[in-house]
Design a binder for this molecule. Sequence first.
Ligand code: IPM
Ligand code: MG
Length: 348
Amino acid sequence: MSSAQYAICVLPGDGIGPEVIGCAQEVLQALHSTIDGPRFTFDHRPAGCDAYNETGDSLPSETVEAAKAADSVMLGAMDVARLPPTAIQPLRAMRRHLDVGASVRPARSYPGVPIPAGEIDVVVVREVTEGIYSGIEYPVGKDGACSVRVITRDASTRTAKIAFEQASRRRKKVTAIHKLGALKLTDSLFLESVADVAASFPDIEYETKNVDACALELVRWPEEFDVILSTNAFGDILSDVAAGLAGGLGIAPSGCVGENWAYFEPVHGTAPDIAGKGIANPIASILSAALMLRHIGEPEAGEQIERAVSRALASEELRTGDLGGSATSTQITEGIIGFLGEASAVGD
Ligand code: IPM
Ligand code: MG
């Protein structure tokens, strides 16, 4: 199927990050023997809170250089909350260094996985370098503080293009999220930039929605949504809502994409309470690896992984604690590898 070989830079990070990324690597490595797919080499690099505690640097420049030089990049999870305020926030810094402006976060329900509302199949496309997470903060007098919400036409346009491209390969609808009543200047600029992009995609249905209304409607009528396009913080929240509706963060993948580089990471955090126990759900990382394969031009291999995951999720024995089961990360990974290459996925 593919004789290609890819060099992947891996930033395992903190908590369960190294465990779940290890599982994703195993699945990637199994592609060659099971489906005659591509081969991989992995270059592990430090980043995150443990790296900061050991070296004083949460994102060493060698890590950034290795990421830029690789064919693609996989991230585990990073404990940004444990970092002191003076440390560089490594996720934000990675996104800026690699110039990856948009995080693409698919959320879909799987046959057999319990969901709290109706079936869902959406992609949240979230701007990840600016907005209220711009990192510009300062005290105001003795008892005040200010965080600056930065919105630029450039970043909004780049993110919107990715959202419309996603929609053109899906159900052809984009919903852009705002809170115009409260954020007049910044969200006017955001919506203006998006409308310009929408004009060049005439076959895509385009609508705008207030963020609070979107949260409510997503819960009540998830089938109404296809691609949700958002500024940084709103997208952070809505992508967790979408993941929750699809069965939880344990199965929510993402990819941060830009012109020259991209990196792929589970949406979940470091889960320190279960770190080191071998019971974390590796599926979000495995599905992120599948997104990476689609991005680097190996769509068949990506699809095979997604089908194998779907098969695994349909089987009650192959569920970790977050999905009501008691399987270990290794059992899930081996189960998925076992399904690789099998003809069709349950429910597809
Ligand atoms: C995410 C995370 C991060 C973010 C945090 C950990 C900084 O919540 O990727 O969704 O919001 O950027
Ligand atoms: Mg988040």
